[in-house]
Design a protein around this ligand. Sequence first.
Ligand code: CA
Length: 231
Amino acid sequence: MSRILIVEDEEAIAELERDYLEMNDFEVTVRNNGQAGLDEALSSQYDLVVLDLMLPEMDGFEVCKRIREKMNIPILMVSAKKDDIDKVRGLGLGADDYLTKPFSPSELVARVKAHLTRYERLVSAGAAKMENDVVEIRDIRIDKTARRVFIGGEERSFTTKEFDLLTFLAEHPNRVFTKDELFREIWGMESIGDIATVTVHIKKIREKVEENTAKPQYIETIWGVGYRFKI
Ligand code: CA
């Protein structure tokens, strides 16, 4: 049975969502503020989060971002204002879908089911890849065990950090990372240097993986935010 976490401060809406999801055989937990929702999401195993945007204590933007830092589970964002939904999309916080209130409960159930199916597929694909420790996306094949990279079947040489950065991005496709986040992830907190290093490494990686570095097909620049690996 799939487990769903609802983070919603309006009790009537939370109950309606809970009822419909339970009728469809989901196990449902409700938290009514952002901080409690985040704590719950991080401390237990959920399959999907239904997250309201306007919440007391910590808003949905922050909750979404913090969950994404730790896990890949589907996040369905809910808001009363369409403008806010547009803002969330623009920020690239990593929500998987958006619903504008009011929505019909059956619409919610349909979206939840669709995202769970998609996520299960991704997880089983990921698990299969983990066995031989290879990450393969379109023409790029990264052999993590041997630390070798093949582009269209041809091997290219990468420095340690280039390899780490490419692998990290490829393992988190479609997620936007800021230069700060990438620097911390690959070089570590204690490293001396600055985020310009990230830009330099991205440029070097693109020269090796992209057919046309002016029109990257793999590592995309999200202006004002950072980078993401397109899948
Ligand atoms: Ca609310």
